[in-house]
Structures are given as structure tokens and as C-alpha cells.
Design a protein around this ligand. Structure first.
Ligand code: HEM
Length: 432
């Protein structure tokens, strides 16, 4: 039996590494956590059994999802196992390639707004920049019918909602009255604004440029008729929940890693120049940038935003030769699996060259930044595109170097985000 809540809370990543290295338990470690039967699974094959091979025996569990379901309903992100396949079918058109390609100009616009707010020779607050970029981009690409003023207002509400989400879902109902009021206000703001925008989005739904959410409002989306106004509002909020903090984490860590490698910054600029020249970058250009793809894969390996995932068994299950009752919690960590020294040589080094040109594939079983199986991230291509647009926009305009002081620590809640990250930024004189 290893680990307990105090060790997990004190230094979670070190604790995970200790558990995995302990060699006991054959990849399944019993935990003493919150009084529930809980195990940490540190073997990649067993994790794939839970997530993919025998996904039907497990459901998303834990306090977070129990509370999130109450707050947001059964959206794709929060849906319990029974309702999930229907929601997944319904949401697929949202992330069609044509919709993502049509979202690229909005991503460029928002990346430019953040990058142009920095001062040459100064220090840029990268976490704040990433928050502004991720929330504004999510709102604008979901609902392009909104004005910039409205995008900014909703991005502020979205950022506040996500900031409060963790405590709102773990605190008992009677605690944190102020926080709950603030959370409810942010949620109401987002739902009402989305409700007001839906009629126009519905009228233009067939046009790919009408945004990602409008894919649900088309007359014949997969899995049923067009979404009702209420459904559209729920999906809007749930996609903000799934897609913003993950993107904040990925972008901030990506810029951190690039700031420590000037030659890599030059090589990515050269790659960008070779595919796009001086014109605005498109999705097709980004698909022809293997170096940027490998750098992003390595960022997500070193710092997977969702550093710990959880499944609960819905019936008695056998795993790794052991039998577990229904209601057992199984934790596993993409961060720990992606730092396994027998799979990734020198796992602590940032090394884009370890990946093939196409980036990780399904055969890289220890790469779990986007999860695996039927609940694998549905927004992965959108996320990678958004990250590539932001990175290439920043590198076109700025040279990044680390600011004086200590390397950033990770703030670990549901996601891992740098605690504070400032970088020195020098304006580049000629376009690329
Ligand atoms: C780099 C950024 C991102 C990372 C690392 C990431 C990672 C993940 C992971 C690990 C899961 C699975 C969670 C689990 O199995 O418990 C997931 C699910 C999901 N993600 Fe992402 N995500 C990212 C960005 C996005 C974006 C931008 C969107 C949408 C705009 C999105 C939409 C979703 C949805 C809808 C699900 C639920 C899928 C389902 O249950 O069927 N994600 N994501």
C-alpha cells in the first residue's frame, strides 16, 4: 500500500514518480485516499485496458464529475457512460476539418491581439496572455457572430468560471457562498449571451464560417435533429470547460520551452516561412510543419495539461490479475506515464526530435496527453491548430528568452499550469 492524501497534496509529481518506481503492485498501487477504495495504475497496458479495451466496465467518476454533472447536465464532457455515445455522435460535426480551417482567421486575430500588447525589451506575462488567448479564441470560434466587445466580456466570464470551477466542484454545498454566487453569475452570463446569439448562428449554420457551435444547429447533424437553444447553451459552456484551461496550460508551457531554445525558435520560423512566406498562415500550412508538430508533442509529453485522470468501475472487474468491486476508483497519470524512463530516454529533457515527423500516433501507448479510447479528447485537432497558430504568431513577432529568476513551478489542480511565467520579449524587425 503506497501513498496517502498528504503526500499527494505536498508534491504530487514526485509522489507519482516514487509510486511508479517502487516496483511493487505490478503496476497497480493501492491508495489510502478520501476513505474510498482507490488504486493508482502506473502500467501503460493496464491504463489502456481501463480507457479503451474494457472502457464499458468503467465510467468517469469522482467528486469532480459528480458535481459537474449536477451543474452542467449530461454534456459530452460530463456525460455518464450510458449517455455518452449519443452525445459523442452528436458533437462530432463540431470538430470537422472544414470548421477548424474556417476558425483559423479568428485564432490569428486573437493571437495577434495578445502578441501586440507586449513591449519590446520588457517581460511578458505569459500565463495571462495564454488565458486571454484561450478564452477569447474559444468564444470567438464557437460563436463568430459575436462582436469583439462581446467576445471580451464572455472571455472574462469564462476565465472566472474556470478559475472557480475546481473549488465549486470540490467544496461541500454549504461552503463558499460567495464563490458559489460568483460562479453562478459567470454561468448565467455565458448562457444568456449564447442564447441571444443562437438565432443568428442557426440562420447561418450551413456556412462553415458560422462557427463550431453552429455545426450543432444545422438541420441534419449526426445523431438527430438540430440542437435546441438550451442544448446549444449547455454545449457552449461545456466546450469552454474542456477547451480553455487545457489550452492555457499547453500554450504557456510551449512558450516556456521555446524560450530556452533559440535555435529551435529560428528553425520553426524557417519552417513557417517555407510553407507560408509572408502571407497569413492557414490550416493547410500548419499541417506541413513537422518541426512545430514535434515541438508541440514534446510540450504535451513534458507537461500534459490533464496530469491525472480517474475512472470508477461500474461493475466488478478484473485488472492485472486482481478482482475489484464495483465503485472502485482507478487513478492514472499521463504525466507519470510520459516520464517513464524505459519508454522515453532522459524523460526530463525537452527533445522534439524524439518524435517522428507526424508526431505521436496510436502506437505510442505511453503518450496520453489527449487520453485514449471512446472518451479521447474530441477537440484535439482544434487544440493543436489553435496552439500552432498562437505559437507561429508569437514567433513571427517576438524572440523569447527566459526572464531572470527561477524556472516556473507547476500549479497542479485539475490541470497543470505554470504558477507564474514571465518571458523577456524582443521585437523582431523583419516579418519572419
Ligand atoms: C492541448 C489541449 C487539450 C488537451 C491536452 C486535452 C486533453 C483531453 C483529455 C486527456 C481528455 C480525456 C479526459 C478523460 O478521459 O477523462 C479530453 C476530453 C475532451 N476534450 Fe480535450 N484537451 C485539450 C483541448 C481541448 C479543446 C480545445 C476542446 C474543445 C474546444 C476539447 C474538448 C474535449 C472534449 C469535448 C472532451 C470529452 C470527450 C468525451 O468524453 O467523449 N479539448 N481532453
Amino acid at each position: 500500500m503506497v501513498g496517502h492524501a498528504a503526500a499527494l497534496l505536498r508534491d504530487p509529481l514526485a509522489w507519482l514518480a516514487r509510486c511508479a518506481a517502487s516496483g511493487s503492485g505490478e503496476g497497480i498501487h493501492r491508495l489510502r485516499l478520501w476513505g474510498r477504495p482507490s488504486y493508482l495504475v502506473t502500467d501503460a497496458d493496464l491504463v489502456h485496458e481501463v480507457l479503451a479495451g474494457r472502457a464499458g466496465d468503467f465510467d468517469k467518476g469522482g467528486q469532480f464529475y459528480r458535481n459537474a454533472r449536477e451543474i452542467f447536465g449530461d454534456t459530452l464532457v460530463t456525460a455518464s457512460a450510458g449517455k455518452h455515445p449519443h452525445q459523442r455522435r452528436r458533437m462530432r460535426p463540431v470538430f470537422r476539418r472544414a470548421r477548424i480551417a474556417a476558425a483559423v482567421p479568428a485564432m490569428r486575430l486573437e493571437a495577434g491581439r495578445v502578441a501586440d500588447s507586449w513591449t519590446s525589451g520588457g517581460e511578458a506575462d505569459i500565463v495571462r496572455g495564454s488565458v486571454l488567448y484561450a478564452h477569447r479564441t474559444a468564444v470567438r470560434t464557437l460563436l463568430p457572430v459575436l462582436s469583439t466587445v462581446e467576445v471580451d466580456r464572455l472571455a472574462t466570464a469564462s476565465a472566472r468560471l474556470i478559475e472557480d470551477l475546481f473549488l465549486r466542484t470540490v467544496l461541500p454545498p454549504q461552503a463558499g457562498a460567495l464563490l458559489r454566487r460568483r460562479f453562478d453569475t459567470s454561468l448565467r452570463t455565458l448562457r444568456e449571451a449564447c442564447g441571444a446569439a443562437v438565432p443568428e448562428a442557426r440562420a447561418r449554420a450551413a456556412d462553415e464560417r458560422s462557427g463550431l457551435l453552429a455545426a450543432l444547429l444545422e438541420t441534419s447533424p449526426q445523431g438527430g435533429g438540430p440542437a435546441s437553444d438550451e442544448e446549444a447553451r449547455d454545449h457552449f459552456v461545456s466546450l469552454l470547460m474542456a477547451g480553455t484551461e487545457t489550452s492555457v496550460s499547453a500554450l504557456a508551457w510551449q512558450l516556456h520551452h521555446l524560450s530556452r531554445d533559440l535555435p529551435l525558435q529560428h528553425r520553426i520560423r524557417d519552417e513557417l516561412h517555407a510553407v507560408a512566406g509572408e502571407r497569413p498562415v492557414t490550416l493547410a500550412d500548419l499541417e506541413r510543419m513537422p518541426l512545430l508538430r514535434r515541438a508541440t508533442a514534446e510540450t504535451l509529453r513534458c507537461r500534459p495539461p490533464l496530469w491525472m485522470l480517474l475512472r470508477t468501475s461500474v461493475r466488478e472487474v478484473r485488472l492485472g490479475g486482481y478482482r475489484f468491486p464495483a465503485g472502485t476508483d482507478f487513478y492514472f497519470s499521463p504525466h507519470q506515464l510520459q516520464h517513464a524512463p524505459d519508454v522515453f530516454a532522459e524523460p526530463g529533457s525537452f527533445c522534439p526530435e524524439r518524435w517522428p515527423e507526424r508526431g505521436p500516433s496510436a502506437r505510442d501507448r505511453s503518450f496520453l496527453a489527449f487520453g485514449a479510447g471512446p472518451r479521447r479528447c474530441l477537440g484535439d485537432q482544434f487544440a493543436l491548430t489553435s496552439l500552432a497558430v498562437a505559437t507561429s504568431t508569437v514567433l513571427t513577432r517576438w524572440t523569447l528568452t527566459p526572464a531572470a529568476g527561477r524556472a516556473p513551478r507547476a500549479r497542479l489542480r485539475t490541470m497543470q499550469v505554470p504558477h507564474a511565467l514571465r518571458l523577456r520579449v524582443e521585437r523582431r524587425h523583419s516579418g519572419l
